[in-house]
Design a binder for this molecule. Structure first.
Ligand code: NIG
Ligand code: FE
Length: 387
């Protein structure tokens, strides 16, 4: 079955270089099964079995969300309200969610993730990563990852989120790098550690990531959200695919990142929801660092599933241009997961979103508006906006 999507006002493709977009106006695209079979100008469009007009709309590659924590129970709106009344954010809040996650059944965890994945689709996300990190015991970490693997191939073991209540630090390090890692590795592709104040130090993070690598997992990191402990050099030393948050970066950190294959993933929802200062993305861009945008969807620091929201905030508060932000949320996310997604080209998987807008700039220009009208994963429609 070949479907021709035609009369597209603006079709956006992402280039290999950071921030580079190729915009085709009056475009058409043919999808055959799960793949893009053709794209170009309407005037040159081939025949197809079915024709769908997208007059006045924009087609973009589906967003690639390289950082989410969808495996959890409960929620923390009260904590958010307290923060907005002046209390600071601290990593200790994670333990509240750990309690609720341990109490949740497999079906409750699955249903919660399913609901959030539907929200991802509504926001134009077509591929996403999911972390554990709210179990922090062998059983709950392993079942979280197993359920996560029902939704995505990019599953991340984050046993090293914080040291849970009632466990000695040294005992927990042994568990995370030993028994828990062994129980988790069959379900995961990535290993992550929260290297920050109140979580794990740089030497601990090195030990945890090295154990994960030795077990066949690929490293990524949460770092420099609350404080700069010197984690960036470690991320590059271990060739982490991505180092995420990067709220506090020194000039030296940026220089180290710029000569590396490690993507700097910015998570504007976290600064928004913890009322923290936004990092200046322009410093990274000027140094040639590859930047990605991710939702960091989690019940504590960033309970959003909306990539358009992240784009709008990244443009307004972090200094990315609308083109750079769109690239960072598509191709950037794909680079952070070391895959080839995040672009539209012949032969690529047909992961795309249709925006009810004449161009992609509207994503930041019209914040908070549900511009995503339809979302397709591998050629199949997974979301349609209510008319
Ligand atoms: O990415 N930074 C560490 N972990 C999560 C937040 C965890 C929480 O507060 O529940 C994050 O922001
Ligand atoms: Fe996170």
């Amino acid at each position: 079955m070949r479907t021709l999507y035609t009369d597209i006002a603006s079709l956006v493709r992402t280039g290999e270089a950071f921030g580079h977009l190729e915009v085709v106006e009056n475009a058409a695209m043919v999808v055959e099964g799960s793949k893009v079979a053709w794209l170009g100008k309407v005037a040159n469009a081939p025949a197809a079995d079915e024709v769908v007009s997208l007059a006045g709309k924009t087609v973009i590659p589906g967003f690639v969300d390289s950082h989410s924590h969808l495996m959890f129970g409960g929620e923390r709106s009260e904590e958010f309200a307290h923060r907005m009344a002046g209390q600071p954010y601290a990593s200790g809040g994670i333990r509240t969610t750990v309690k609720a996650t341990r109490e949740a059944s497999d079906q409750e965890l699955r249903d919660n993730a399913k609901r959030l994945v539907q929200e991802f689709y509504a926001s134009g996300i077509t591929h996403f990563e999911i972390k554990s990190g709210y179990g922090l015991d062998v059983e709950t970490e392993a079942r979280s990852l197993q359920i996560a693997s029902e939704f995505t191939e990019d599953v991340t073991y984050l046993g090293a989120h914080v040291v849970p209540e009632g466990v000695e630090r040294s005992e927990y390090l042994e568990l995370v790098t030993g028994e828990m890692l062994n129980a988790c590795k069959p379900h995961a592709k990535w290993v992550d550690v929260f290297c920050d104040r109140g979580a794990f130090g740089v030497d601990e993070a090195r030990e945890i990531l090295k154990a994960g690598i030795a077990a066949g997992l690929q490293p990524r990191m949460h770092a420099n959200q609350l404080e700069n402990l010197g984690a960036i050099a470690l991320a590059v030393e271990l060739d982490c695919a991505s180092v995420d948050h990067c709220t506090h970066l020194s000039a030296e950190d940026i220089a180290v990142l710029s000569g590396s294959n490690t993507v700097a993933t910015l998570v504007p929802g976290a600064e928004f929801s913890t009322r923290s200062p936004y990092p200046d993305a322009r410093r990274l861009v000027a140094a040639g660092v590859t930047v990605a945008l991710a939702t960091d969807c989690n019940p504590g620091s960033s309970f959003t599933t909306s990539m358009p929201f992240c784009i709008a905030v990244a443009v307004r508060e972090m200094g990315l241009t609308p083109d750079q932000a769109l690239w960072a949320a598509t191709r950037g996310g794909a680079k952070a997961l070391r895959n080839q997604k995040g672009t539209l080209e012949v032969g690529a998987t047909a992961d795309f979103a249709v925006l009810d807008a004449p161009n992609h700039i509207h994503l930041a220009y019209r914040p908070g508006v549900q511009l995503v009208e339809k979302t397709f994963v591998a050629g199949k429609q997974v979301f349609e906006r209510n008319k």
